[in-house]
Design a protein around this ligand. Structure first.
Ligand code: F6P
Length: 221
């Protein structure tokens, strides 16, 4: 499973990119709103920082033709290449837009997915990634992990090329469980990425090693 950072915060991304094997960044209007800056300010910084990693940018238009125009506009304005994915919600207009955007040579990430069938329809419509919302499902007494597992199985069963980009996490355990379900990717906030990377026992062990090594590691380097 590959890790993506679910943030548009430049400081968080700079820090993550310095040590975490992050393969891409996802944004949505809520994530952009948290930065209290408009897209015209955030986008150039993001594009610069993300480099060749994947960049998933959600469109805000709600009519298919506008979604297509918006997806093309980002690509052209910021000279985005093969690493750019237009995030399209799985509404009726979104499904209509997906094959049209693909025809323009732009990759598609289908987002706001809550059911197995929504994911299957998006995959059939040509989506490269489908993004099921794990924690939001768990919060309405549904089963986010199970939904992700079913989507992974269905895509494999029907020989589709779409990848599963699990999204919406509030715990490390949710991330672990989607990885066990075979999700190809997960997009995760800075806070949860830090929590899943670290463990107090690791820090303690390193401290003990350093104490034990005192005066013994005398080879120069
Ligand atoms: O429930 P949350 O944490 O707002 O997450 C919704 C998710 O949907 C996405 O838009 C899907 O890529 C992510 O950016 C985000 O993690």
């Amino acid at each position: 499973m590959i890790y993506l950072a679910d943030t548009a915060n430049i400081d968080e991304l700079k820090e993550l990119f310095s040590y975490f094997p992050i393969e891409g960044v996802t944004t949505n209007p809520t994530i952009i709103a948290m930065e209290k800056k408009p897209m015209s300010v955030i986008m150039p910084q993001l594009v610069d920082l993300v480099g060749e990693r994947m960049l998933h940018v959600q469109v805000i238009s709600n009519q298919a033709e506008d979604m297509v125009r918006e997806a093309i506009a980002y690509k052209d304005k910021y000279h985005l290449g093969d690493n750019y994915f237009a995030k399209i919600p799985v509404t009726k207009e979104g499904y209509k837009a997906m094959p049209l955007i693909k025809k323009e040579g732009i990759h598609v990430t289908a987002t706001a997915i809550f059911t197995q069938q929504q994911a299957l329809v998006a995959a059939k419509a040509g989506a490269d990634w489908v993004a099921p919302y794990v924690n939001r499902l768990d919060n309405i007494s549904s089963h986010g992990i199970e939904v992700v597992g079913n989507i992974v199985d269905n895509i494999e069963r029907y020989g589709l090329k779409t990848g599963v980009l699990a999204a919406s996490f509030k715990t490390v355990d949710q991330v672990h469980r989607v990885s066990m379900m075979g999700s190809q990717a997960a997009t995760i906030s800075f806070e949860i990425l830090e929590r899943l990377r670290s463990h107090p026992m690791t820090d303690m062990s390193v401290e003990w090693f350093e104490k034990d090594a005192k005066g013994l590691y005398d080879i120069e380097f």
